[in-house]
Design a protein around this ligand. Sequence first.
Ligand SMILES: [Zn+2]
Ligand SMILES: [Zn+2]
Length: 145
Amino acid sequence: MDKFEEICRKHDLRITPQRVAIYRELTGDKSHPTADMIYRRMRKIFPFISFDTVNRTLNTFAQIGLIDSVECSGRGSRYDPNTERHHHLRCIQCNKISDFYDSSLDKIEIPKHVHEGFTVLNTSVVLTGICINCSKKGDSNGNKR
Ligand SMILES: [Zn+2]
Ligand SMILES: [Zn+2]
């Protein structure tokens, strides 16, 4: 929570009970939830909170570097409390995102032509595939998928 207060102060972001709760919810969740998932949980604590408020808060948190967002094609951002350098595995069937660390990927070399028209701020690798749970399900169903 120290980090939360420090970063909020630095960016003149008022520390409200809602913001604290959203941040707490996210830090306890390693599944890279969507704004919608956080919104549903927040409604149990703040019945009148709007989706827009939650969504905007998460975006603000991501902008000031308090959290990370992982872009997923089509399904909207997923939020990540882990701001340490890391990479992701995304299952195309259940959409589960898990973290992995690899120091050689951290040093990934960016092709020269990319730098010509683009300033790279962050390199993280997303590997897409099928997680162990989904591949097990596939096996037991045989060809019925
Ligand atoms: Zn899966
Ligand atoms: Zn992550």
